[in-house]
Design a protein around this ligand. Structure first.
Ligand code: SF4
Length: 208
């Protein structure tokens, strides 16, 4: 893979996917943080169903920090790992109130110190909430990057570095959205939609 080939792929993805964007519903960066933490191993559409209720009842870090664990578990129970996620978002809200005056920080080191926030989630918050270039690597980005030759690694940090080396910074955000969308709807983990795929000539995994 070289930079020219990487750009060719991104340009084709831009033609295939008209409006690549985050599918989580949120009204402010605090809600984005909570929705992103809740989205681990869960479909965005399911997260959107529970956050409608959650954000209505607990719209600020201060209110969510004082919520009872059982009530939050109850609200988010349709999601997997509800107990752990409920505990994380309550504790995360407490940290925001106590240490950040209820304002979400905009640097990756501070974000990664919040309960339930790893490198991928922190990068999503930078990209989505602050429009700061970053390359969050989730399961879709990892798979698509491997198949299209951006990286041979299974290590998300290595994949992140490989993508960053191949693409100019001003394409990191859009590429992240394109890879997720392509992986979620076309280049699926099982039974990818290879028939007619315009990226077949770049692919190491095509099903003829
Ligand atoms: S040919 Fe199939 S596996 Fe390869 S990029 Fe296209 S959809 Fe994905």
């Amino acid at each position: 893979m070289n930079n020219k080939r990487a750009l060719e792929i991104i340009n084709i993805l831009k033609e295939i996917i008209a409006d690549p964007r985050c599918e989580l519903d949120y009204n402010n960066i605090f809600e984005l943080v909570i929705a992103t933490v809740l989205s681990a191993q869960t479909k965005d559409s399911r997260v959107n169903e529970v956050t409608k209720v959650l954000f209505d009842k607990y719209p600020t870090p201060a209110l969510l920090s004082l919520a009872s664990l059982s009530d939050v578990i109850n609200i988010i129970s349709p999601l997997g790992l509800a107990k752990m996620k409920a505990s994380n978002i309550i504790n995360l809200s407490k940290v925001l109130v106590d240490e950040y005056n209820s304002i979400v920080p905009d640097d990756i080191e501070s974000l990664m110190k919040l309960p339930g926030v790893g490198r991928k989630t922190a990068s999503v918050i930078l990209v989505e909430g602050f429009k700061i270039p970053a390359v969050p690597v989730d399961t879709h980005v990892l798979r698509v990057s491997n198949r299209l030759g951006f990286s041979k690694s299974n290590n998300t940090i290595v994949v992140e570095g490989d993508i960053k080396k191949l693409l100019p910074k001003d394409l990191w955000i859009v590429s992240h959205h394109l890879f997720i969308h392509f992986g979620r709807y076309i280049c699926l983990s099982k039974n990818p939609k290879c028939l007619g795929c315009r990226l077949k000539k770049y692919c190491t995994n095509k099903e003829d």
